[in-house]
Design a protein around this ligand. Structure first.
Ligand code: NIG
Ligand code: FE
Length: 433
């Protein structure tokens, strides 16, 4: 008999998003739907998925086991958000107002607003206050279905404040049930103090900050903003190679506004993911799609910046890219914490089909973080990270807009959201810093 400490009983409809992963081309439409399914887990891992008859034959529930009746609910894997700029302070409402008057994101950045505004605010904030902000955001993400989130530093742009952001993430990960995958993004912009000495900043990153972050194991990935006026392809390559030597896996903000060839570079350096890709070229699509590098699209950026140009999701899928969707949550170009909304935008903005978008926020998003062995799909042996929603079938997650149908969230085999409310008393919000 298999022993279990949690069971989701009689799930009316289940979407597993089961492998093989990454899903490319037509297989991106396989979501593995089934009806009337029982799912059990033990110590956070799935031990059984199947019909009631087999459950009764093969699973023994521990005496204190938790039972959830899902007879009227749709079940699916917890969402994986593979790209966020989670630990920032302040906001950019003023900039938002200026954009509504017609200024573009890049025009404002050139005036010294944009990322630099958030750098100033984030340098000023204490660790304690930053932690409180991060924990609150994680709560809201969880309520909207995110159970694993990548989070980048990149608003410190100096040793002290980059490390401050990463330490806050580490403490948040210790307290909060959402799994955090930390990324060091000291190359998010060029700090004001180094505006005319970019090479000196790159030397500082390579010579001092990368080694320290690596030694202290504060991040798993290194990310670079490869963009006109930020880091060139050559500079990005140099940074990526140095970060790889220090043990980091690579992610690249590539071909967002200008087609510099960031996608090709990401494939060349073996990056885990190339992100944005709004301006990717035909050649970029070809090279990226034949590589192991995931293509991460961020439809909420096109939406939030009200851009006419969108990432070519269809062409990437047809070419065979390992495509996924993420929020890019940040104060300047995507104040979007909800992966449910990102799933919807994948369909409405990028014209993906519903099944493709579902795999893109679960299984393939886990691949973009190289966590597909443990999260992103509901399979025996993987983590019990599951959403239970009050909708008749999975299409309604996209068809019905403007409300949150996620009733319960299970993370690591523990019910952390019940009836739409966080059961957060056990992780507390009292900062220790
Ligand atoms: O992914 N493109 C660069 N970085 C962020 C924006 C950060 C900001 O505006 O604060 C992005 O869109
Ligand atoms: Fe980003």
């Amino acid at each position: 008999m298999i022993s279990a400490d949690l069971v989701v009983q009689d799930c009316r409809r289940l979407v597993t998003c089961a492998g093989p992963i990454p899903k490319r081309k037509a297989s991106l439409q396989d979501v593995g739907p089934a009806e009337r399914v029982w799912i059990a887990s033990s110590k956070g891992k799935i031990v059984f998925i199947g019909k009631e008859k087999d459950f009764r034959k093969s699973v023994r529930l521990e005496r204190s086991a938790v039972r959830l009746d899902a007879g009227a609910l749709l079940g699916l894997p917890g969402f994986v958000d593979s790209h966020t700029h989670l630990p920032f302070a302040g906001n950019r409402v003023e900039e938002f107002r200026l954009r509504l008057q017609g200024y573009s994101y890049q025009e404002l950045a050139a005036k010294g607003m944009g990322i630099q505004t958030t750098v100033k605010a984030t340098r000023r904030v204490t660790k304690r206050d930053l932690l409180a902000l991060v924990l609150k955001r994680l709560d809201r993400m969880l309520l909207n279905g995110t159970t694993t989130v990548e989070a980048k530093s990149g608003y410190g742009l100096n040793r002290r404040d980059e490390i401050k952001q990463l330490e806050v993430l580490k403490e948040a990960a210790r307290r909060h049930p959402v799994d955090i995958v930390p990324t060091f993004m000291g190359a998010h912009d060029i700090p004001m103090e180094y505006k005319t000495r970019k090479n000196a900043y790159i030397d500082l990153l390579i010579g001092e900050i990368i080694p320290e972050v690596s030694r202290r194991k504060l991040a798993e990935f290194f990310d670079i903003f490869c963009e006109e006026g930020v880091y060139s392809v050559e500079e990005t390559r140099r940074l990526a190679e140095a970060a790889k030597r220090a043990g980091f896996k690579i992610r690249i903000h590539a071909d967002e506004f200008s087609a510099l060839g960031g996608a090709e570079l990401a494939a060349e350096v073996g990056a885990a993911s190339a992100d944005h890709l709004i301006s990717i070229t035909e050649q970029g699509i070809r090279v990226l799609s034949r590589s192991e590098t995931a293509a991460t699209l961020l439809p909420s950026v096109s939406f939030f910046l009200m851009l006419k140009k969108k990432a070519p999701a269809r062409r990437l899928i047809d070419a065979g890219a390992a495509l996924n969707l993420a929020s890019d949550f940040n104060p300047g170009s995507s104040m979007v914490e909800s992966m449910l909304f990102v799933l919807q935008l994948g369909v409405y903005i990028l014209k993906m089909c519903i099944e493709e978008a579902l795999n893109a926020v679960t299984a393939n998003a886990a691949y973009a973080l190289r966590r597909h062995d443990s999260v992103g799909s509901l399979e025996v042996g993987k983590k019990m990270d599951m959403l239970l929603c009050d909708v008749p079938d999975y299409a309604s997650l996209v068809y019905e807009l403007g409300w949150n149908p996620i009733r319960h969230v299970i993370k690591n085999g523990r019910v952390v959201v019940r009836d739409g409310r966080i059961l957060g008393e056990f992780w507390g919000h009292d900062p220790i810093f």
